[in-house]
Design a protein around this ligand. Structure first.
Ligand code: GLA
Length: 665
């Protein structure tokens, strides 16, 4: 398995490089990432390239058997370029060129910028394609969905809209432009959302803009990937992604890359909110699901984080090692730590690496050294994947739509996905997080939260899945809008009416308010009693809470069973949670946000009904995952708590805080 660091030779005196490489070799580092911000040193003057220093750095690693992944340095164009070619600088939502001097401010669509990219990437790849130790390329750095509003990007957006709709009449129809006299008479009138009040813009246009912005970034990444591939067909290509305000669609972004990589910075303080305990696990599972393959961690937490924000707590003993091992347990084939040594200059001098600028090995270094040693003893499980029976569906489109129109205070798209992931994780069940339109054949249980916007193909998949015998979980805010982000004229959940047997008569966006819920299903109530005692010692479990949103359900079919109703408000007694048999399967409708124990208890009830085995006594905070390759399956236990935990599997296993244990089976 690969273990490594992100290393910035250009930021340090060359006489340190050799001892750095020696040290890495000695502790077991086998891969480094280089050069993703080094454009000004590689092309100090337009057209004058200097790769000699990078040759020397790579050679030092090659001599020690350490592989290299190179970043295309396009996230940080040099100052001469920004100065001489201002048209390559992004324009913000107010129409102003953004301030330079930081990074990521290039316009991905600027023809001039693309040409500079072509030149530097061609130089880089042609130079290193015959170097065995250079195994591949990371494209740019943490690509966001393109938010540039320069004239080139405006025109691109117009062309995107034209390609999608063909005629301006279709656009007007799709956007409902009759409202507020928004009708266009010509494509030239179409503008990206701009100005102060973005959330007042037409939501249909705005959603299209987010999709265009994603496509735009995907196009830029593809431009680089195709260029690299043409020059070196063996090179492995990736880009390092993360979760940010404007995320490109992950599935599109990686559609023509060799593997997914992710920048993983778990918080050094265990979350106050217990629901967030498995948040890192959620992100890792999301990454694995993008290609349905093992992923890489391209940047991993190495110490205190901070710089533009106050510094956070220092990671506790065991955390650095534990969180890296957790990533392997969830499907990583490589983990690279950001960064080998904390920067002594620049904006990120407080984002700590493995070593301090003093270069004196400290606690973090010792822990990293231990980690490298442990990784050296991990089984050869490259390519191994879990075989999970539970999937949660993720959709960028839904996430964009939820961000554009906040549904209720405190209600976030990912929160619902995480709640279900948390519930099954507490029961020792591995969860795949997959694209909402992915095939569902391998799964027994599929959770499809908040499918606000309908898509015919997905709807068909979900009906088929349930009909064949699957258990489907739909939630509030499913079936609300058509594909243009306009409200459906059928009662919610519109297209899911036959599947659920209910309609939503009315709804109440509770926001942060908490209301009582009466559970009417015995098995769920029993399980809830158990979990209430275990997780929240004194909960009164026959009355449990709901929050964020209340769908008031109207039952249409005799086959529907009401599992819970509201216990307060003018709608006391109205059904809130239901299930309906459909074909050989079941469709649950959860019309409200539950409290944590209620989710876990409902997940347990569903597992019991399906006669699926699970771990009822797994300590909270301990993750149980699996990876399988051929005949071999490995189980992993990771203790994400500050206490020792005893896990009873076939034997009792004692886990230290943040310890990860591999159990071959
Ligand atoms: C991101 C970037 C890195 C660095 C780290 C720490 O993950 O890719 O270059 O900025 O954050 O802030």
């Amino acid at each position: 398995m690969r273990i490594g660091v992100d290393y910035y030779p250009e930021q340090w005196d060359e006489n340190m490089w050799e001892s750095d490489a020696d040290r890495m070799k000695e502790i077991g580092v086998n891969i480094v990432r280089l050069a993703e911000f080094a454009w000004s040193k590689l092309e100090p003057v337009e057209g004058n390239y200097d790769f000699a220093w990078l040759d020397r750095a790579i050679q030092l690693f090659a001599d020690r058997g350490i592989e290299v992944i190179l970043g295309t340095p396009t996230c940080t164009p040099p100052q001469w370029m920004l100065h001489n070619y201002p048209e390559i600088i992004q324009v913000d939502q107010h129409g102003n060129r953004v301030a330079t001097g930081i990074r990521g401010h290039r316009c991905m669509n600027s023809p001039m910028f693309r040409e500079f990219c072509r030149r530097i990437i061609t130089k880089m790849v042609s130079r290193y394609r015959d170097w065995d130790s250079v195994i591949g390329y990371q494209i740019d750095n943490e690509l966001e969905a393109n938010q540039c509003r320069c004239s080139v990007c405006q025109e691109r957006f117009r062309s995107w809209v034209k390609r999608k709709y063909g005629t301006i009449e279709e656009v007007n129809q799709a956007y409902g432009n009759i409202v507020w006299s928004g009708e266009f008479s010509d494509f030239d009138e179409i503008m990206p959302p701009m100005g102060e009040h973005l959330l007042w813009m037409n939501p249909s246009l705005h959603l299209d803009y987010q999709c265009y912005a994603s496509d735009s970034t995907v196009g830029y990444a593809r431009y680089q990937a195709e260029l690299i591939r043409k020059l070196d067909s063996d090179a492995k290509i990736t880009t390092n992604t993360w979760l940010c305000e404007h995320m490109p669609d992950f599935y599109d972004l990686f559609s023509n890359m060799d593997f997914v990589s992710y920048d993983n910075y778990p918080t050094a303080e265990l979350p106050q909110n217990p629901r967030e305990l498995y948040s890192h696990a959620f992100h890792l599972d999301l990454m694995r699901g993008i290609q349905g393959k093992p992923y890489w961690i391209m940047e991993q937490l190495s110490g205190i984080v901070g710089s533009w924000a106050p510094m956070g707590r220092t990671p506790k003993p065991g955390m650095l090692k534990g969180y890296a091992l957790q990533a392997y347990a969830h499907g990583a084939d490589a983990v690279l730590h950001f960064r080998w040594r904390t920067a002594k200059a620049g904006a990120e001098m407080y984002w700590h690496g493995i070593l301090d600028p003093s270069n004196v090995p400290g606690r973090r270094y010792q822990e990293f050294r231990d980690l490298c040693q442990i990784v050296g003893t991990l089984p050869e499980m490259e390519g191994a994947m879990p075989v999970n029976k539970v999937a949660v569906l993720y959709s960028s489109l839904q996430e964009y739509a939820f961000k554009l129109q906040h549904q209720a205070e405190g209600m976030y798209y990912l929160e619902y996905l995480k709640s279900w992931h948390d519930a099954f994780t507490c029961l020792g069940i591995g969860v795949d997080i997959i694209a909402w339109d992915a095939p569902l054949k391998q799964y027994d249980i599929v959770v499809a939260p908040n499918l606000l916007i309908n898509d015919d193909r997905v709807v068909r998949h979900l009906y088929d899945f349930t009909e064949r015998g699957g258990t489907l979980l739909l939630t509030n805010r499913c079936g609300v809008k058509d594909e243009n982000n306009q409200c459906m004229t059928e009662a919610i959940p519109s297209v899911y009416r036959d599947l659920t047997g209910i309609t939503v008569r009315e709804y109440d966006p509770l926001g942060m308010v908490i209301r009582k819920l009466d559970i009417q299903n015995d098995a769920w109530a029993d399980n809830l009693g158990k979990w209430s005692k275990r997780v929240a010692a004194d909960q009164e479990y026959s009355k449990v809470s709901c929050t964020r949103w209340c769908d008031l359900l109207e039952i249409h079919m005799g086959s529907v069973e009401v599992l819970a109703s509201y216990g307060e408000e003018f709608y006391q007694g109205t059904p809130a949670v239901s299930r309906n048999p459909y074909g050989k399967g079941w469709c649950y409708y959860i019309g409200t946000g539950l409290h944590r124990e209620a989710y876990i208890a409902l997940a347990e009830t569903i597992l019991q009904e399906r006669k699926m085995s699970y771990y009822a006594d797994l300590p909270i905070g301990v993750e149980l995952t699996e990876r399988t390759k051929g005949e071999n399956t490995w189980q992993f236990l990771f203790n994400n708590t500050e206490q020792r935990q005893v896990v009873s599997l076939e034997e009792e296993i004692l886990l230290e805080p943040f310890e990860m244990r591999v159990i071959p089976s």
